[in-house]
Design a protein around this ligand. Structure first.
Ligand SMILES: [Zn+2]
Length: 392
């Protein structure tokens, strides 16, 4: 079986290389905008774009100075974005048409299949990009031996750092199919007060990454707005602001990766609520917290790390009593669940997470349910029964 993995490494280009990378971005953007213009009268396929590109090259011979595969990858990009737009329009969104890209918003180019090589010189690793040269790369983790690199995406972050996303295909023998034990399952409730509360009673407080950085962020935003438009000083403070934004995003990612890996390691099956669309974000403070928490990306990370993730409809999970099923309506402010039928007193989120777990276990197909923790506490499940639902 072939597994695809992405590794993101920081690049350290020198001044002339930085100039070349930036130049590549500018050219890609120019071609991209040509394609956008080309597609204004309706859908153009990848092949159409490639034909158009060869025509362009005849009149604009300077395009030959750039890696041809890189320019061709823009055709695929245009093809994909058009299809995505068509899909959105079909669903009823007013997505509109492709738009021209501004200089500062175009920040990535792709080397597909050819034109790149990772080389080691002593203790340094260098990335060779055709038509650009050898760039220092900080390879902070090793790529497996039995893998081949498919493509490299070079990205410039908003705070002007350069990164390389290395996509590799890893050959893996199908010897160790993960065994799924339903006794090792957990339900997770996500919320604002505590970021995650699981059915084992473990709670993780909300890190509030944005709220902690609001003060410096506000300060720099004021500074930006005081500076004269188009001035160098404004540009400098914008850069500082971008760095703060990036730091917030990095902290958020770091926290989510650490938490999700913990859950994936300790549990085989994870049940989560199906997250609703954000139609509740009318309260401004609440909206900010919800956006900051970004549970969606957390669930994404869980999904690719754990053996099996099941989404459960969120209906009544906070209201119902997890022991007897009695409905106990409560507002957001009430943090404790008190049931007057079975006298259960429990944290509100804990109650919800147990409900999610039970709901999830009931949702599983019959033949899987019979070997769940109720009847088979040791959870010695047979392999054949599990493979149908394994997520890779
Ligand atoms: Zn009860």
């Amino acid at each position: 079986m072939v597994k695809t993995r992405n590794y993101k490494f920081r690049l350290y280009p020198n001044d002339s290389q930085q100039y070349k990378l930036q130049n590549n971005l500018a050219v890609c953007r120019w071609v991209y905008n040509k394609f956008v213009d080309f597609s204004k009268n309706g859908f153009v396929s990848r092949n159409d774009c490639n034909y158009y590109l060869t025509e362009l090259k005849q009149s604009e011979s300077w395009l030959y100075k750039y890696h041809s595969k890189m320019l061709q990858s823009i055709s695929a990009q245009i093809d994909g974005s058009q299809k995505a737009l068509i899909g959105l329009n079909k669903k009823g969104y007013h997505a509109g048409k492709l738009r021209f890209c501004r200089y500062e918003n175009y920040r990535t180019f792709t080397y597909n299949q050819t034109g790149f090589k990772l080389e080691t010189h002593g203790d340094k690793t260098l990335l060779h990009l055709s038509k650009i040269g050898l760039i220092e790369i900080r390879q902070h983790r090793s790529i497996p031996e039995n893998s081949n690199i498919k493509q490299i995406i070079v990205t410039k972050s908003k705070s002007r750092k350069w990164f390389a996303c290395v996509t590799v295909d890893i050959e893996e023998l199908l010897t160790n199919i993960p065994k799924i034990l339903f006794s090792k399952s957990v339900g997770i409730d996500v919320g604002i007060k505590s970021f995650a509360y699981d059915s084992n009673g473990c709670q993780t407080p909300n890190p509030k990454n944005l709220q902690k950085m609001l003060k410096p962020l506000r300060r720099i935003q004021r500074k930006v707005s005081r500076r004269k438009k188009g001035s160098n000083n404004r540009l400098k403070s914008i850069l500082k602001m971008q760095r703060i934004h990036e730091r917030i995003a990095n902290r958020r990612k770091d926290f989510q990766h650490k938490l999700s890996i913990q859950y994936a390691k300790n549990n085989d099956v994870i049940f989560v609520e199906k997250l609703e669309k954000l139609n509740m974000v009318k309260n401004h403070r609440l909206a900010q917290s919800i956006m900051d928490a970004s549970w969606g990306t957390f669930v994404q990370k869980l999904e690719y790390k754990c053996k099996m993730l099941v989404e459960v409809p969120a209906r009544n999970t906070t209201i119902n009593c997890s022991r007897c099923g009695n409905a106990v309506p409560k507002s957001l402010a009430i943090r404790i669940h008190r049931c007057n039928v079975c006298n259960l007193v429990i944290n509100r989120d804990h109650n919800a997470s147990i409900n999610i777990l039970n709901k999830g276990l009931n949702k599983l197909p019959q033949e899987l349910r019979e070997v769940t923790l109720v009847e088979n506490p040791k959870g010695s499940m047979k392999q054949e029964e599990a493979t149908g639902l394994v997520r890779w």
